[in-house]
Design a binder for this molecule. Sequence first.
Ligand SMILES: *Cc1c(COP(=O)(O)O)cnc(C)c1O
Length: 363
Amino acid sequence: MNRVYNFSAGPSMLPLPVLEKAASELCCYGDSGMSVMEMSHRSPAYEAIIAEAQALIRELMNIPDNYKVLFLQGGASTQFAAVPLNLMNKNHKADYIVSGQFSKKAWKEAQKYGDAKCIASSEDKNNTYIPQITRADIRPDADYVHVCFNNTIYGTKFNYIPDTGDIPLVADMSSCIMSEPVDVTKFSVIYAGAQKNIAPAGLTIVIVREDLLGQSRADIPVMLDWKTQADNDSMYNTPPCYPIYMAKLVFEWIKELGGLEAMKAYNIKKCKVLYDYLDNQSYYIAPVEKEYRSMMNVTFVTGDADLDKKFAKEADAAGFKNIKGHRSVGGMRASIYNAMPIEGVEKLIAFMDAFAKNNPKNA
Ligand SMILES: *Cc1c(COP(=O)(O)O)cnc(C)c1O
Protein backbone atom coordinates (compact mmCIF):
# COMPACT_ATOMS: atom_id res chain seq x y z
CA MET A 1 0.00 0.00 0.00
CA ASN A 2 1.45 3.32 -1.04
CA ARG A 3 -0.72 6.13 0.30
CA VAL A 4 -0.03 9.64 -0.97
CA TYR A 5 -0.39 12.95 0.84
CA ASN A 6 -3.69 14.17 -0.50
CA PHE A 7 -4.03 17.94 -0.18
CA SER A 8 -7.46 17.98 -1.80
CA ALA A 9 -9.93 20.62 -0.62
CA GLY A 10 -12.67 18.00 -0.55
CA PRO A 11 -13.41 15.18 -0.60
CA SER A 12 -10.19 14.89 1.32
CA MET A 13 -8.05 12.58 3.41
CA LEU A 14 -9.62 10.42 6.08
CA PRO A 15 -7.58 9.17 9.04
CA LEU A 16 -5.87 5.89 8.13
CA PRO A 17 -6.98 4.15 11.38
CA VAL A 18 -10.57 5.03 10.45
CA LEU A 19 -10.22 3.55 6.97
CA GLU A 20 -8.62 0.44 8.43
CA LYS A 21 -11.37 0.00 10.96
CA ALA A 22 -14.02 0.48 8.26
CA ALA A 23 -12.20 -2.05 6.07
CA SER A 24 -12.11 -4.59 8.87
CA GLU A 25 -15.87 -4.46 9.27
CA LEU A 26 -16.76 -3.72 5.66
CA CYS A 27 -18.31 -7.07 4.83
CA CYS A 28 -19.62 -7.97 8.24
CA TYR A 29 -20.43 -5.46 10.95
CA GLY A 30 -20.24 -7.03 14.40
CA ASP A 31 -22.39 -10.13 14.49
CA SER A 32 -24.97 -8.67 12.11
CA GLY A 33 -23.82 -10.84 9.21
CA MET A 34 -23.93 -7.90 6.83
CA SER A 35 -22.22 -4.67 5.86
CA VAL A 36 -23.40 -1.36 7.32
CA MET A 37 -24.18 -0.49 3.69
CA GLU A 38 -26.70 -3.31 3.52
CA MET A 39 -28.49 -2.68 6.79
CA SER A 40 -31.96 -1.35 7.30
CA HIS A 41 -31.68 2.11 8.78
CA ARG A 42 -34.42 1.04 11.21
CA SER A 43 -32.52 -2.01 12.45
CA PRO A 44 -31.29 -2.05 16.07
CA ALA A 45 -27.67 -2.36 14.86
CA TYR A 46 -27.95 0.76 12.73
CA GLU A 47 -29.93 2.70 15.31
CA ALA A 48 -27.05 2.14 17.71
CA ILE A 49 -24.60 3.53 15.13
CA ILE A 50 -26.53 6.73 14.46
CA ALA A 51 -27.24 7.25 18.16
CA GLU A 52 -23.55 6.90 18.94
CA ALA A 53 -22.61 9.34 16.15
CA GLN A 54 -25.11 11.82 17.58
CA ALA A 55 -23.82 11.39 21.13
CA LEU A 56 -20.19 11.78 20.06
CA ILE A 57 -20.63 14.95 18.02
CA ARG A 58 -22.56 16.46 20.92
CA GLU A 59 -19.85 15.54 23.36
CA LEU A 60 -16.94 16.66 21.17
CA MET A 61 -18.49 19.98 20.13
CA ASN A 62 -20.09 20.54 23.52
CA ILE A 63 -23.49 21.10 21.91
CA PRO A 64 -26.12 22.27 24.41
CA ASP A 65 -29.38 20.33 24.86
CA ASN A 66 -31.44 23.06 23.21
CA TYR A 67 -29.77 22.36 19.86
CA LYS A 68 -30.69 19.58 17.44
CA VAL A 69 -28.07 17.82 15.35
CA LEU A 70 -29.38 16.64 11.98
CA PHE A 71 -27.72 14.16 9.63
CA LEU A 72 -28.92 15.10 6.16
CA GLN A 73 -28.12 14.69 2.49
CA GLY A 74 -27.65 17.19 -0.31
CA GLY A 75 -24.37 18.80 0.71
CA ALA A 76 -23.79 22.23 2.13
CA SER A 77 -25.11 23.64 -1.15
CA THR A 78 -28.60 22.34 -0.41
CA GLN A 79 -28.49 24.26 2.87
CA PHE A 80 -27.92 27.45 0.85
CA ALA A 81 -31.64 27.09 0.01
CA ALA A 82 -32.73 25.39 3.22
CA VAL A 83 -31.49 28.28 5.37
CA PRO A 84 -33.76 30.93 3.79
CA LEU A 85 -36.64 28.45 3.43
CA ASN A 86 -36.48 27.69 7.15
CA LEU A 87 -35.62 31.11 8.52
CA MET A 88 -36.42 33.94 6.11
CA ASN A 89 -40.05 33.94 7.02
CA LYS A 90 -40.68 36.78 9.45
CA ASN A 91 -39.55 39.95 7.70
CA HIS A 92 -38.34 38.16 4.59
CA LYS A 93 -34.96 39.81 4.96
CA ALA A 94 -31.55 38.31 5.56
CA ASP A 95 -28.05 39.78 5.69
CA TYR A 96 -25.05 38.04 4.12
CA ILE A 97 -21.33 38.56 4.53
CA VAL A 98 -19.77 37.65 1.22
CA SER A 99 -16.18 36.58 1.80
CA GLY A 100 -15.70 34.03 -0.95
CA GLN A 101 -17.41 31.88 -3.53
CA PHE A 102 -19.46 29.71 -1.25
CA SER A 103 -20.89 32.63 0.68
CA LYS A 104 -21.69 34.28 -2.63
CA LYS A 105 -23.53 31.20 -3.80
CA ALA A 106 -25.43 31.10 -0.51
CA TRP A 107 -26.36 34.77 -0.89
CA LYS A 108 -27.51 34.27 -4.51
CA GLU A 109 -29.66 31.32 -3.52
CA ALA A 110 -31.31 33.29 -0.72
CA GLN A 111 -32.23 36.07 -3.15
CA LYS A 112 -34.79 33.69 -4.65
CA TYR A 113 -36.74 33.68 -1.42
CA GLY A 114 -36.66 37.25 -0.20
CA ASP A 115 -34.61 40.36 0.37
CA ALA A 116 -31.11 38.96 0.84
CA LYS A 117 -28.59 41.75 1.23
CA CYS A 118 -24.83 41.62 1.05
CA ILE A 119 -23.84 43.76 4.03
CA ALA A 120 -20.08 43.31 3.66
CA SER A 121 -17.78 41.84 1.04
CA SER A 122 -14.08 41.18 0.62
CA GLU A 123 -14.21 41.02 -3.17
CA ASP A 124 -12.36 44.35 -3.44
CA LYS A 125 -9.14 42.55 -2.45
CA ASN A 126 -9.85 39.20 -4.08
CA ASN A 127 -11.16 37.79 -0.78
CA THR A 128 -7.78 37.85 0.92
CA TYR A 129 -9.32 39.09 4.17
CA ILE A 130 -12.52 38.86 6.22
CA PRO A 131 -14.74 41.94 6.53
CA GLN A 132 -15.18 43.17 10.09
CA ILE A 133 -18.81 43.87 10.82
CA THR A 134 -20.54 45.35 13.82
CA ARG A 135 -24.17 45.51 14.96
CA ALA A 136 -24.53 48.78 13.01
CA ASP A 137 -24.00 46.94 9.72
CA ILE A 138 -26.90 44.55 10.35
CA ARG A 139 -30.47 45.48 9.51
CA PRO A 140 -32.39 45.33 12.79
CA ASP A 141 -35.24 43.48 11.11
CA ALA A 142 -33.10 40.88 9.36
CA ASP A 143 -34.37 37.34 9.96
CA TYR A 144 -30.77 36.12 10.22
CA VAL A 145 -27.15 36.90 9.36
CA HIS A 146 -25.18 34.39 7.28
CA VAL A 147 -21.42 33.87 7.26
CA CYS A 148 -19.06 31.31 5.76
CA PHE A 149 -16.63 30.76 8.60
CA ASN A 150 -13.71 29.33 6.64
CA ASN A 151 -13.33 30.19 2.98
CA THR A 152 -12.06 27.00 1.43
CA ILE A 153 -11.07 28.48 -1.91
CA TYR A 154 -9.23 31.60 -0.71
CA GLY A 155 -7.84 30.22 2.54
CA THR A 156 -9.31 32.76 4.91
CA LYS A 157 -11.07 32.26 8.22
CA PHE A 158 -13.13 34.47 10.51
CA ASN A 159 -10.96 35.50 13.44
CA TYR A 160 -14.01 36.72 15.33
CA ILE A 161 -17.64 35.76 15.80
CA PRO A 162 -19.87 38.58 14.56
CA ASP A 163 -22.07 40.04 17.28
CA THR A 164 -25.57 39.90 15.84
CA GLY A 165 -27.44 40.51 19.10
CA ASP A 166 -30.79 38.71 19.03
CA ILE A 167 -30.62 38.11 15.30
CA PRO A 168 -29.79 34.47 14.52
CA LEU A 169 -26.26 33.90 13.24
CA VAL A 170 -25.98 31.14 10.64
CA ALA A 171 -22.57 29.74 9.72
CA ASP A 172 -21.38 27.50 6.92
CA MET A 173 -18.53 25.61 8.61
CA SER A 174 -17.99 22.99 5.92
CA SER A 175 -14.23 23.36 5.80
CA CYS A 176 -13.43 24.02 9.46
CA ILE A 177 -15.98 22.08 11.51
CA MET A 178 -14.30 20.13 14.31
CA SER A 179 -10.87 21.55 13.53
CA GLU A 180 -11.04 23.35 16.89
CA PRO A 181 -13.61 23.99 19.62
CA VAL A 182 -16.29 26.59 18.85
CA ASP A 183 -18.77 28.14 21.22
CA VAL A 184 -21.94 26.72 19.67
CA THR A 185 -24.11 29.04 21.78
CA LYS A 186 -22.83 32.00 19.76
CA PHE A 187 -24.51 30.54 16.67
CA SER A 188 -28.12 29.75 15.89
CA VAL A 189 -27.34 27.39 13.05
CA ILE A 190 -24.10 25.69 11.99
CA TYR A 191 -24.04 23.56 8.88
CA ALA A 192 -21.36 21.64 7.06
CA GLY A 193 -20.86 19.18 4.26
CA ALA A 194 -18.99 16.25 5.79
CA GLN A 195 -16.43 15.60 3.07
CA LYS A 196 -13.74 17.92 4.39
CA ASN A 197 -13.29 17.06 8.03
CA ILE A 198 -15.82 14.42 8.99
CA ALA A 199 -16.68 11.66 6.53
CA PRO A 200 -17.00 10.76 2.87
CA ALA A 201 -19.31 12.92 0.76
CA GLY A 202 -23.02 12.33 1.17
CA LEU A 203 -23.59 13.57 4.70
CA THR A 204 -24.48 17.11 5.70
CA ILE A 205 -24.52 18.12 9.35
CA VAL A 206 -26.96 20.78 10.56
CA ILE A 207 -26.81 22.00 14.15
CA VAL A 208 -29.84 24.17 14.86
CA ARG A 209 -31.21 25.85 17.97
CA GLU A 210 -34.60 24.37 18.79
CA ASP A 211 -36.55 27.61 19.01
CA LEU A 212 -35.80 28.22 15.31
CA LEU A 213 -37.63 25.09 14.24
CA GLY A 214 -41.15 25.35 12.92
CA GLN A 215 -40.81 28.81 11.37
CA SER A 216 -40.34 27.64 7.82
CA ARG A 217 -42.24 28.80 4.76
CA ALA A 218 -45.38 26.81 4.03
CA ASP A 219 -44.11 25.82 0.60
CA ILE A 220 -40.80 24.41 1.87
CA PRO A 221 -39.97 20.98 0.41
CA VAL A 222 -40.51 18.57 3.27
CA MET A 223 -36.96 17.21 2.98
CA LEU A 224 -35.50 20.67 3.59
CA ASP A 225 -37.61 21.40 6.65
CA TRP A 226 -35.34 21.12 9.67
CA LYS A 227 -38.34 20.56 11.94
CA THR A 228 -39.47 17.51 10.01
CA GLN A 229 -35.93 16.16 10.14
CA ALA A 230 -35.58 16.93 13.84
CA ASP A 231 -38.96 15.38 14.71
CA ASN A 232 -37.88 12.22 12.90
CA ASP A 233 -34.33 12.02 14.30
CA SER A 234 -32.94 12.48 10.76
CA MET A 235 -34.90 9.40 9.66
CA TYR A 236 -37.80 10.97 7.79
CA ASN A 237 -36.46 9.00 4.87
CA THR A 238 -33.33 6.88 4.47
CA PRO A 239 -30.41 8.83 5.89
CA PRO A 240 -26.89 8.61 4.37
CA CYS A 241 -26.24 5.47 6.41
CA TYR A 242 -22.66 4.71 5.49
CA PRO A 243 -21.27 8.27 5.75
CA ILE A 244 -22.92 8.52 9.19
CA TYR A 245 -21.14 5.33 10.21
CA MET A 246 -17.86 6.77 8.89
CA ALA A 247 -18.51 10.00 10.79
CA LYS A 248 -18.93 7.95 13.96
CA LEU A 249 -15.51 6.36 13.38
CA VAL A 250 -13.94 9.78 12.77
CA PHE A 251 -15.55 11.13 15.96
CA GLU A 252 -14.09 8.18 17.88
CA TRP A 253 -10.69 8.94 16.36
CA ILE A 254 -10.91 12.60 17.43
CA LYS A 255 -12.01 11.59 20.90
CA GLU A 256 -9.07 9.23 21.20
CA LEU A 257 -6.71 12.05 20.23
CA GLY A 258 -8.07 14.08 23.12
CA GLY A 259 -11.04 15.92 21.60
CA LEU A 260 -11.19 19.26 19.84
CA GLU A 261 -8.65 21.03 22.06
CA ALA A 262 -6.07 18.44 21.08
CA MET A 263 -7.21 18.61 17.45
CA LYS A 264 -6.75 22.37 17.53
CA ALA A 265 -3.27 22.12 19.02
CA TYR A 266 -2.29 19.68 16.29
CA ASN A 267 -3.81 21.83 13.54
CA ILE A 268 -2.05 24.95 14.82
CA LYS A 269 1.25 23.13 14.87
CA LYS A 270 0.64 21.83 11.36
CA CYS A 271 -0.31 25.09 9.71
CA LYS A 272 2.34 27.03 11.64
CA VAL A 273 5.24 25.12 10.08
CA LEU A 274 3.86 25.89 6.64
CA TYR A 275 3.09 29.55 7.30
CA ASP A 276 6.43 30.01 9.07
CA TYR A 277 8.16 28.60 6.03
CA LEU A 278 6.18 30.90 3.71
CA ASP A 279 6.98 33.93 5.86
CA ASN A 280 10.69 33.29 5.86
CA GLN A 281 11.44 32.99 2.17
CA SER A 282 10.71 35.12 -0.88
CA TYR A 283 10.01 32.63 -3.64
CA TYR A 284 6.40 31.94 -2.74
CA ILE A 285 3.80 34.52 -1.86
CA ALA A 286 0.95 33.84 0.58
CA PRO A 287 -1.76 36.32 -0.47
CA VAL A 288 -4.01 36.12 2.60
CA GLU A 289 -3.71 38.83 5.28
CA LYS A 290 -2.08 37.20 8.28
CA GLU A 291 -4.83 37.66 10.84
CA TYR A 292 -7.35 35.91 8.58
CA ARG A 293 -5.26 32.91 7.60
CA SER A 294 -7.08 29.58 7.55
CA MET A 295 -5.75 26.64 9.54
CA MET A 296 -7.25 24.28 7.00
CA ASN A 297 -6.56 25.72 3.54
CA VAL A 298 -3.19 27.34 2.91
CA THR A 299 -2.93 29.27 -0.37
CA PHE A 300 0.27 30.44 -2.04
CA VAL A 301 1.56 31.41 -5.48
CA THR A 302 4.94 31.81 -7.14
CA GLY A 303 3.74 34.93 -8.95
CA ASP A 304 4.31 33.21 -12.30
CA ALA A 305 1.42 31.19 -13.73
CA ASP A 306 3.74 28.86 -15.66
CA LEU A 307 5.77 28.08 -12.56
CA ASP A 308 2.57 27.47 -10.59
CA LYS A 309 1.54 24.96 -13.23
CA LYS A 310 4.93 23.27 -13.15
CA PHE A 311 4.80 23.15 -9.36
CA ALA A 312 1.42 21.43 -9.29
CA LYS A 313 2.54 18.91 -11.90
CA GLU A 314 5.81 18.04 -10.18
CA ALA A 315 4.20 17.96 -6.76
CA ASP A 316 1.67 15.49 -8.07
CA ALA A 317 4.41 13.27 -9.47
CA ALA A 318 6.18 13.43 -6.10
CA GLY A 319 3.08 12.21 -4.23
CA PHE A 320 1.64 15.56 -3.10
CA LYS A 321 -1.77 15.33 -4.69
CA ASN A 322 -4.39 17.95 -5.52
CA ILE A 323 -2.31 20.96 -4.59
CA LYS A 324 -3.39 23.04 -7.55
CA GLY A 325 -5.43 26.06 -6.46
CA HIS A 326 -9.12 26.33 -7.27
CA ARG A 327 -9.69 26.92 -10.97
CA SER A 328 -11.03 30.40 -10.22
CA VAL A 329 -7.95 31.66 -8.34
CA GLY A 330 -5.02 29.61 -9.67
CA GLY A 331 -1.80 29.17 -7.73
CA MET A 332 -1.58 26.50 -5.08
CA ARG A 333 -3.67 25.44 -2.14
CA ALA A 334 -2.63 22.92 0.45
CA SER A 335 -5.72 21.72 2.29
CA ILE A 336 -4.48 20.32 5.57
CA TYR A 337 -7.61 19.11 7.30
CA ASN A 338 -7.71 17.14 10.53
CA ALA A 339 -6.61 13.90 8.88
CA MET A 340 -3.45 15.33 7.24
CA PRO A 341 -0.46 14.21 9.31
CA ILE A 342 2.22 16.77 10.09
CA GLU A 343 4.76 14.66 8.20
CA GLY A 344 2.81 15.43 5.03
CA VAL A 345 3.28 19.16 5.63
CA GLU A 346 6.96 18.81 6.51
CA LYS A 347 7.64 16.79 3.37
CA LEU A 348 5.70 19.30 1.30
CA ILE A 349 7.91 22.10 2.64
CA ALA A 350 11.05 20.17 1.67
CA PHE A 351 9.59 19.73 -1.79
CA MET A 352 8.74 23.45 -2.02
CA ASP A 353 12.24 24.39 -1.02
CA ALA A 354 13.83 22.10 -3.60
CA PHE A 355 11.46 23.36 -6.27
CA ALA A 356 12.39 26.97 -5.52
CA LYS A 357 16.10 26.17 -5.83
CA ASN A 358 15.65 24.22 -9.06
CA ASN A 359 13.41 26.77 -10.71
CA PRO A 360 14.89 30.23 -10.23
CA LYS A 361 12.75 33.12 -11.38
CA ASN A 362 14.25 35.37 -14.03
CA ALA A 363 14.37 38.63 -12.15
C1 LIG B 1 -17.15 22.48 0.02
C2 LIG B 1 -17.93 23.61 0.55
C3 LIG B 1 -19.27 23.83 0.18
C4 LIG B 1 -19.98 22.95 -0.80
O1 LIG B 1 -20.28 21.77 -0.20
P1 LIG B 1 -21.15 20.65 -0.90
O2 LIG B 1 -21.33 19.65 0.20
O3 LIG B 1 -20.36 20.15 -2.06
O4 LIG B 1 -22.43 21.26 -1.35
C5 LIG B 1 -19.94 24.88 0.77
N1 LIG B 1 -19.32 25.70 1.64
C6 LIG B 1 -18.03 25.53 1.99
C7 LIG B 1 -17.41 26.47 2.95
C8 LIG B 1 -17.29 24.49 1.45
O5 LIG B 1 -16.01 24.32 1.80
